[in-house]
Design a protein around this ligand. Structure first.
Ligand code: 2AM
Ligand code: CA
Length: 260
């Protein structure tokens, strides 16, 4: 597992370097659309190709669930969950918050997660049962115990606005009861920052497995808690996630109260 981890970190950083170089010559004419507000470019696609080729060498026979379409038949044992560029909208607009996110699932359990935030050259990683790290130094979630001293992260709805009114009530409550909220634009970065104590918590709905898989394991290995909006475990495929330190149960309670 250690060798596998080192290989994945090298691959994430090499792909990040490719994305960083492309960002210097990127302009709006290169944006394509997969759906309303669902942006993509040759950079996302080429990055995914490189990651899939690299991972296929590192662990032959594993399956893939990846944002830009590489989905093989699910393997019975190992499956990679890959977001080659999490924060595509930021990338396209020149906002420097985006990351490569790679997770490994063994059967139904996350065993490894790597989030590489490209512009800060910060590599977060975790292996199940072995703690969480930032550039190879151990990290833990924030020691802050109460919501009134917490800074939270979230993602605004951007294509499905059906539950907007409930979401806005939750925002309203958190705005009044915390230090504030941030919308970074990359769920992988939100989770990584929660794992190292920059945010006390993060919540969002309508995310995909590749946005959250690696980051969720990193938060848990950093001593944090992760759940869906009901407090259950369906946060990878269930499109709802609340991650945080000790304030996570209080966040979950408030969200559940207003979510239907
Ligand atoms: P992506 O950049 O890989 O698509 C933040 O809200 C999360 O939602 C990100 O992880 C982002 O992943 C995803 N997302 C997709 N489209 C988005 C958009 N138009 N605006 C904001 N986030 C978007
Ligand atoms: Ca994503």
């Amino acid at each position: 597992m250690q060798q596998l981890l080192q290989d994945v970190i090298v691959l994430a950083k090499e792909t990040g370097e490719f994305i960083r170089q492309e960002s210097r010559k990127f302009d709006h004419s290169k944006i394509e659309y997969k759906g309303k507000n669902d942006l993509v470019s040759y950079v996302d696609k080429e990055a995914e190709k490189r990651i899939v080729a690299g991972l296929s060498k590192i662990l032959p026979g594993a399956g893939f669930i990846a944002e830009e379409g590489t989905s093989t038949k699910k393997s019975d044992t190992y499956n990679w969950i890959v977001d080659p560029l999490d924060g595509t909208t930021n990338f396209a607009h020149g906002i420097p918050v985006y990351a490569v996110s790679i997770a490994l699932m063994k059967r139904n359990e996350l065993t490894m997660g790597v989030v590489y935030e490209i512009n800060r050259d910060e590599c977060f990683h975790a292996v199940k049962g072995q703690g969480a790290f930032l550039n190879h130094f151990p990290i833990t979630v924030s020691p802050i115990k109460t919501l009134d001293k917490s800074l939270l992260a979230t993602g605004f709805p951007y294509y499905n606005f059906e539950q907007m009114s409930q979401y806005l009530v939750i925002l309203d409550e958190f705005m009044k009861s915390t230090h504030g909220l941030r919308r970074m634009g990359s769920a992988a970065v939100d989770l990584a920052y929660t794992a190292c104590g920059r945010f006390e918590g993060f919540f969002e709905y309508n995310l995909q497995p590749w946005d959250v898989a690696a980051g969720a394991l990193i938060v848990k290995e950093a001593g944090g808690m992760v759940s869906d909006f009901k407090g259950g475990d369906d946060y990878i495929f269930g499109r709802q996630i609340i991650a945080g330190n000790e304030v996570q149960p209080a966040m979950q309670q408030l969200i559940q109260e207003h979510w239907f």
